[in-house]
Design a protein around this ligand. Sequence first.
Ligand SMILES: NC(=O)c1ccc[n+]([C@@H]2O[C@H](COP(=O)([O-])OP(=O)(O)OC[C@H]3O[C@@H](n4cnc5c(N)ncnc54)[C@H](O)[C@@H]3O)[C@@H](O)[C@H]2O)c1
Length: 248
Amino acid sequence: MPGFTGKTLLVTGAATGLGRAVATMAAASGARVAVLDVNEAEGRKTAAAVGGRFWRLDVADPSAWRDVVADIEREFGPIHYAHLNAGVMTQGLGESLAGANVESLSPDRYRQVVGVNVDGVFFGLQTLLPRMNTAAGEAVTVTSSAAGLVPIPFDPVYALTKHAVIGLVRSLALAYANARTRINAICPGGFASPLLPPEFRTAATMSAEQMAAEVVDLLLTGATGETRLKLKADAPAQAVSPPFPTLA
Ligand SMILES: NC(=O)c1ccc[n+]([C@@H]2O[C@H](COP(=O)([O-])OP(=O)(O)OC[C@H]3O[C@@H](n4cnc5c(N)ncnc54)[C@H](O)[C@@H]3O)[C@@H](O)[C@H]2O)c1
C-alpha cells in the first residue's frame, strides 16, 4: 500500500478517539498532520505525539475554516488528504442517552449537533475541495456512522446528521467525478472512545485504532463516492451502495 510520505493530512476531531488514531497511524506512515479540534489540551498532546501542529477550529464556523486552512497551507503547503471526523452525539460526553429524546431536546443543542456533524462537514468540503482540486488532489474521507445507513431509535438526531453527510458525499462524488480529489465516507459501528454514552461502552467491539486502519485505507485507496461500513473488528468492511445510482 502506498503511504503518506511527503503528504499533508488534515484531521478534524483529532484530539481524541478515531481522529487521534488516524493522525497517529498516518504520521507513522510519513504524513505531516494538521490536528484540528476545539479541545485544545488534548489536541496539542496529539499534535506533539505525531510531530504535527495543532490548530483550534470549531468546524461549524465557516470563516474559521477559511482562516485555518490558509494558515495550514502557509505552514505545510498544499493539503493532500483530509479526514472530516469531528462529531458529537445528542447527549453530552459521559452522559446517558436517556436525555436525547426528541421531545425534550433544546433548540440550542439540536443546532449544536447539526452544526458539528453536518455544517462542519459541509464547510470543510466547501473550503477544501476547490483548493485541493487545483493542487495535487488525493482524498477526503468523512466520518459518518452505521447510524448513517440504518435507523437508531436511541438518538434520532444523530442518525439524521449521519444520514445527511452520506447524501452529501455520494452527491459530491458524482458532481466532482472528474476532479482530482476523491470523496468517500466511513461508517463505523461501535468502537471505544469518549463519545460513547456509558450504557454502550461495554458493547463496543472495536478499538479506535482498528477503525483508523480502515480510514487510512479509504484515504489512500478508496473509490470516490464509496460508503464503507465496518461493524466488527474480525469481519471485513463492506462498501454499501445506494439502491440505484442517481436520479439524473
Ligand atoms: N465511537 C463510536 O462508536 C462511533 C461510531 C460511529 C461513528 N462515530 C463517529 O466517529 C467520529 C469520531 O468520534 P469518536 O468516537 O472518536 O469520539 P471523540 O469524542 O473521541 O472524538 C470527537 C472529536 O470531535 C471533537 N469536536 C467536537 N465538537 C467539535 C467542533 N465543533 N469542532 C471541532 N472538533 C470538535 C471533540 O473534541 C473530539 O476530539 C465522530 O464523527 C463520531 O460521530 C463514532
